[in-house]
Design a protein around this ligand. Structure first.
Ligand code: G
Ligand code: G
Ligand code: MN
Length: 415
């Protein structure tokens, strides 16, 4: 229970000494061994780098003299804070909600906004709803930077040549028997000259400047190296690559991909390609041929980000997809939006009739898991199961998952 948080430190920030003491006692009762308290935002920022183990949960008041809660969120955003955040305040509910939205807009992980006085039950509810079975050591070690980064095609080529880009891996699991069904490869560039750069910055550049195939094959090569290492440990796990439809305009793509896979001693059927279309294609015949050939040779095909962009019904009609990945934005909005729910349910039924396996992306909480299971999804992927992680962490994560699998008995994971 709450293992992910208990293994790390929690930092409580408030300008009131008594509130800090009471909250600290409450957290210790819940099992938190490492509770740090800071009287005000400024002290919190001084304390943060000195905490050991690192802080994975911040609980902060909003209204404080000097560096208040909102400024603290800005600073935590700037330093790329990885952990979860709970706001607690005596302010009215509307203000709390707006502060929560502000934090989320900064892409911080705000998991709750609670009114003062803090109640143990509410705190426990907030935490257990968001607790992921994956311990935080398996999480990403950096986060999306808030600012737009300008990178040139040359920088990207340089990054590839220097081996700075890496494949990271996010697991997918079966929602019924809880087995691991595969790992999705996600490109990461943790140490560029500009600091960490995320794929939504460099993938469009690669696509625009004709570098996407070079990048894909680079990731395939690095991934195959990892797969060999895992196999030597007895771990045989299916791998999914993200492939933009642009790559399928190149007839050589399928040949090259299969050659790399077979030369490494693997079967085409050990791999899956998640196809995304970032722009409308003028030539749809060539991708059809390329994807059909891959399908004939046993590579599984998955339609990615279904519900958004250019993932569309024509593709479903014309291409032999084995899997449909519901876009995380739909999975998330189906929480409150009845129309999104209807669209999801109908898409799931349609995919099922087409004989496809349905994956819910962006499953972040136990509620998300339950909702998507009830709607009929077969597999889940998201922070609730595991965040994307470096290849080195995969064997440990698999071992960990096998241990916690029994917690997923019944319909909802019991954590
Ligand atoms: O991992 P993250 O959520 O930051 O990824 C952002 C987007 O970049 C996602 O849509 C993902 O599909 C895409 N992406 C990540 N890695 C690759 C890749 O290797 N190739 C392609 N074409 N897209 C990728
Ligand atoms: O477009 P594509 O589906 O390939 O992108 C998936 C991306 O979504 C991953 O790169 C990952 O960084 C991100 N992601 C995975 N799980 C979650 C989640 O639970 N919540 C959010 N917000 N993003 C996620
Ligand atoms: Mn994908």
């Amino acid at each position: 229970m709450l293992k992910r948080y208990l293994q790390n430190s929690v930092l409580v920030v408030d300008d009131d000494h008594i509130t800090l003491q009471i909250t600290s006692i409450m957290l210790k009762r819940l099992g938190f061994a490492n509770v740090y308290t800071a009287e005000g935002g400024k002290r919190a920022l001084e304390l943060l780098p000195t905490t050991s183990p690192p802080v994975n949960l911040l609980i902060t008041d909003l209204h404080m003299p000097g560096t208040d809660g909102l400024a603290l969120l800005r600073h935590f955003d700037e330093i790329g804070f990885q952990g979860d955040i709970i706001l607690f305040s005596g302010m009215d509910e509307q203000t709390l909600k707006m502060a929560m939205s502000l934090g989320k807009a900064r892409s911080l992980s705000i998991i709750g906004a609670l009114s003062k006085p803090l109640r143990e039950g509410e705190l426990l509810n907030t935490l257990s709803n968001h607790v992921s079975p994956a311990p935080c050591t398996f999480g990403p070690c950096f986060r999306k930077p808030p600012s737009e980064q300008v990178i040139t095609p040359n920088m990207l080529v340089d990054g590839i040549e220097k081996g700075e880009l890496q494949p990271w891996f996010q697991p997918k699991v079966d929602m019924v028997n809880h087995t691991i069904t595969g790992l999705e490869v996600l490109a990461r560039w943790p140490k560029s000259t500009l600091g960490p750069i995320f794929p939504d910055t460099f993938i469009p550049i690669a696509e625009k400047h004709g570098l996407i195939d070079e990048l894909t094959f680079y990731l395939v090569k690095k991934t195959l190296d990892f797969k060999k290492q895992w196999q030597s440990k007895g771990l045989n796990i299916s791998i999914a690559f993200n492939v933009s439809m642009d790559s399928c305009l190149n007839h050589k793509f399928s040949t090259l991909f299969e050659l790399m896979v077979t030369n490494a001693g693997f079967k085409a059927s050990d791999f899956q390609l998640e196809i995304t279309e970032s722009r409308l294609m003028s030539d749809i015949v060539t991708p059809l041929e390329v994807l059909l050939r891959l399908h004939m040779h046993g590579v599984k095909l998955s339609i990615d980000d279904f519900g958004t962009g250019h993932s569309n019904l024509n593709q479903l009609r014309d291409l032999p997809f084995d899997e449909l990945k519901l876009d995380k934005s739909y999975v998330q909005t189906s929480k409150e939006c009845e129309r999104a729910k209807i669209i999801l349910k109908t898409s799931i039924k349609m995919a099922e009739k087409l004989g496809m396996s349905i994956v819910a992306e962006g499953v972040e909480t136990r509620e998300d898991w339950q909702r998507m299971l009830e709607m009929g999804c077969h597999q889940a992927q998201g922070y609730f199961i595991a965040k994307p992680m470096p290849g080195e962490d995969i064997p440990d994560w698999i071992e960990y998952w096998q241990k916690i699998r029994p917690l997923f008995r019944g319909s909802t994971p019991y954590l």
